[in-house]
Design a binder for this molecule. Structure first.
Ligand code: ATP
Length: 588
């Protein structure tokens, strides 16, 4: 497939104002790709060069890009910069200069989409001495032979700023439409995606092996599984009722979730985060222990990694565990403050996919392959059949300084990538006001008035994620909690990401001063959830949506570890609203 055709589809996509129209455009485009192209086309459409866990960074520096445009078209770099300042988008600048190039002789070879992808991948992977010259040469070669439209998208892709606004769920739905004729098969595709965290791989299997390949999709070693997530309930009684009278109840450790993959034959261990990033270098003691303490040839299991003092049996606060998320000084840290892994689940063992087995079996097997007294321990657990037992265990855990408990259905399979009632969390914070924070997606911002005018920033319009419709629904405007430095940072960041019109996947009745592509997540605390006609969160055809009272921002800037689709969902807000009411009734 020619990149020229892909660029035309991308342009069409930018012009769409509804998610369904996006699916139509995407599915038309995906249909045109060959078997050997689909994987790369899907990555490109996601704006990445590989699935996130491979850690291949797309993203050249702006100065580098300006330099490449100038060489490729024969203009001074200062002229390129001037255009960039005016247009605010190096993609448009690259297009403008490609349209008036002084180096006509260089153009025009038509290239395939895979050629563009491979060249940008090569640019990303080239390092060492002389690499800058080589990289420039490759980018110049692409830009020099591009039409204005191609140059626009090549530049945005190379900068890591393609931002087509199509989330993973939208791409899956488009794949379903393109290769099965309707959107229904999306559920199965999502299931496969949850097993491997690799959209390119799912597309490749669909195109090569059809529906059957997707229906028989299995977990595989070194492909991270999207984690099972927990629902919330406010009381032990409700938990037990949902669990039909019997469940396991475990300590909820406040650390970092870690999914461990081991292959003894290869001597290889990989550890993945909740968001499928590769964390192996940050947890050397856990990686070492996984090879030593696990009695299996190959396994995938998971647990919570937490700083723990074995001598005093003391769990250290989250702030200490999170210090591991850095590049340097890890070895020293792992000696000063070693982490332990409190393992709780097993998903794969020696060639067998365990995800469909009931939790009780998975857990028992896990306990049979690990000693459990070294760096790898087991999460503490009891089997409860009365609410009293759950409450007692909960009080005991909170007394030990833990966050709360997670109850688990003993008969449930491992539900990858979904928040289901097979896991239910009960936290200290549910027993009071709405003190659990929420993670919201920025969809717009306001310019400052009064004192704020000087910063040009007066607050954010934020949204929840509706996973059923794959749409962002507004829930609150946030005007407080910002420091001066924060306001400056938001203004700069959001200016760069603002959208001329309401993004296709945003549903809103209020209008901010500027729309922003849904990309950034912030952590927010509020006093309570209320009903409001001003917001679309949970409106579902009715008059009133849900909103937050007295919202304030608590994260220092945006949360780098969450994608917009990882934000608090509309469904969670509705459940939290229900819990809030029940707690009030219980208190009065
Ligand atoms: P939270 O901020 O409450 O941890 P979350 O959205 O990150 O929320 P949830 O799925 O809602 O994650 O809650 C479960 C999380 O609790 C897991 O992701 C895991 O990191 C952590 N956890 C700690 N102890 C356990 C345990 N024994 N079993 C399962 N998860 C546990």
């Amino acid at each position: 497939m020619l990149f020229e055709a892909v660029a035309k589809y991308y342009e069409k996509l930018e012009g769409t104002s509804s998610r369904l129209a996006m699916i139509d455009v995407l599915s038309e485009m995906l249909k045109e790709a060959d078997k050997d192209e689909i994987k790369k086309l899907v990555y490109m459409t996601q704006g990445v060069l590989a699935p996130p866990f491979e850690g291949v960074q797309v993203g050249i520096a702006e100065k580098f890009a300006e330099h490449a445009i100038s060489i490729a078209t024969g203009y001074e770099q200062a002229q390129v910069l001037q255009s960039y300042k005016k247009l605010g988008d190096l993609g448009l600048t690259a297009g403008e200069f490609a349209g008036k190039t002084k180096l006509r002789g260089l153009r025009r070879t038509k290239f395939e989409v895979t050629y563009v992808f491979d060249t940008i991948l090569k640019i990303a992977n080239t390092s060492g001495s002389g690499s800058q010259d080589m990289k420039i040469k490759m980018l110049v070669e692409l830009l020099g032979a591009s039409s204005p439209l191609e140059a626009r998208y090549i530049m945005r892709f190379a900068l890591g700023e393609l931002r087509l606004g199509a989330g993973d769920a939208t791409i899956l739905e488009a794949l379903s439409k393109a290769y099965t004729g309707d959107r229904e098969f999306k559920v199965k595709l999502e299931g496969a995606y949850n097993m491997c965290g690799d959209l390119g791989k799912v597309a490749d299997v669909l195109v090569r092996k059809g529906k059957e390949g997707i229906e028989n999709f299995k977990v595989s070693l070194f492909n991270p599984i999207r984690p099972a997530l927990a629902e919330r309930l406010p009381t032990a009684e409700e938990i037990l009722e949902k669990m039909k009278g019997k469940c396991s109840v475990e300590s909820k450790y406040d650390g970092l979730r870690a999914q461990v993959h081991i292959s003894k034959a290869k001597g290889r261990v990989e550890i993945f985060s909740r968001n499928l990033e590769r964390l192996t270098p940050m947890f050397p003691e856990i990686a070492k222990a996984a090879l030593k303490e696990v009695n299996a040839r190959e396994a995938i299991f998971e647990g919570e990694a937490i700083a723990y003092n074995d001598a005093t049996k003391e769990f250290r606060p989250f702030q200490e565990t999170i210090q591991r998320k850095r590049k340097h000084g890890i070895e020293e840290l792992s000696e000063q403050m070693p982490l332990h892994l409190f393992a709780f689940d097993l998903m794969y063992l020696d060639g067998v996919d365990y995800t469909n087995l009931p939790y009780e079996k998975r857990r028992r097997k896990l306990e049979s392959i690990v000693e459990g007294d070294g760096t790898i321990r087991f999460s503490d657990m009891i089997i409860a059949t009365t609410a009293k037992e759950i409450d007692k265990y909960f009080e005991q855990m909170v007394g030990n300084g833990l966050e709360g408990i997670v109850a688990k259905d003993l008969n449930s399979p491992y539900v990858a990538g979904a928040r289901k009632f097979s896991w239910i969390k009960l936290k200290r914070s549910y027993k009071g006001e709405l003190s659990d924070t929420v993670d919201l997606v920025i969809v717009g911002y306001y310019v400052g008035r009064g004192v704020r005018a000087e910063f040009g920033f007066g607050g954010l319009l934020t949204a929840t994620y509706n996973e059923k419709t794959d749409i962002f629904e507004t829930i609150t405007r946030i005007g407080t909690g910002f420091t001066e430095a924060n306001m400056k940072m938001f203004k700069e960041l959001l200016d760069h990401h603002k959208s001329k019109k309401k993004p296709a996947r945003v549903n809103a009745v209020v209008e901010p001063d500027f729309w922003v592509d849904p990309e950034f997540v912030v952590e927010v605390r509020a006093d309570e959830i209320t009903r409001s006609p001003m917001h679309t969160c949970g409106r579902d055809g009715g008059e009133e949506g849900y909103a937050l009272r007295f919202p304030r921002i608590v994260s220092d800037g945006v949360r780098g570890d969450k994608k917009p689709e990882d934000a608090t969902t509309t469904k969670e807000i509705i459940e939290m609203f229900g819990m809030q009411k029940r707690i009030r009734v219980a208190d009065s």
